[in-house]
Design a binder for this molecule. Structure first.
Ligand code: HEC
Length: 173
């Protein structure tokens, strides 16, 4: 399962579509200039919404994510003592790379991700409701890394509110 995922990822990483998607600037510019005025105003509303969502992220969610998620999804403040143990370091480096590949939280919301901000919010909402992050092997090492009920509630409420905001904006298109 793990190896399959890794192989697929490697294949994707070398496919031109992904390389393109990773920020070929001239391509992006072309797309931008061909966008109509209408599209531009939609984009303005959308970035205003992202800003609004980010504001509540910074206030309510970032402090939780800093404690429980940044070790892998951003730059860790300090690695635990067992990081230096043989094998552990490799495993953790792999997790940190893989995690940021899926969702990089270093620049706040919208997160850097292959998914849309709406889909990212849905994954976060799911984690609040069903768990799944931090990965179990990480919780085993850090007992305090599990999300508390209060934190889960906060995450669910922020992601649900934000999803609603983005969806209501979509309907006006
Ligand atoms: C020990 C490292 C680690 C920590 C800590 C961690 N994650 Fe992750 N996260 C990963 C890895 C590795 C992946 C990619 C592979 C996977 O899904 O297991 C991932 C993937 C994700 C994804 C994408 C899932 C998807 O469906 O693609 C989300 C969303 C996410 N993490 C949110 C969080 C949140 C929120 C926290 C904090 C509560 C957190 N993670 C803490 C390692 C971590």
């Amino acid at each position: 399962m793990k190896t399959n995922k890794k192989t697929v990822f490697l294949l994707l990483a070398f496919s031109p579509a992904i390389v393109f998607g990773h920020g070929d600037e001239t391509h992006e510019e072309k797309v931008k200039t061909t966008k109509s005025v209408v599209q531009k105003s939609v984009n303005t509303t959308q970035s205003a919404l992202y800003e609004e969502i980010n504001k509540s992220y910074l206030k309510n969610i970032k402090p939780i994510f800093e404690k429980k998620c940044f070790d892998c999804h951003a730059d860790p403040e300090n690695t635990p003592w067992y990081y230096t143990l043989p094998g552990i370091k490799q495993m953790m480096n792999y997790d940190m790379r893989e995690a940021k590949e899926h969702m990089d939280m270093r620049k706040d919301f919208p997160f850097i991700s292959h998914e849309s901000p709406l889909n990212d919010l849905k994954s976060i909402q799911k984690i609040g409701m069903e768990g799944g992050m931090p990965p179990l092997r990480y919780i085993l090492g850090h007992w305090d890394s599990r999300l508390t009920d209060a934190e889960k509630k906060e995450i669910i409420s922020w992601s649900t509110r934000s999803i609603k905001l983005l969806k209501s904006e979509k309907k006006h298109k």
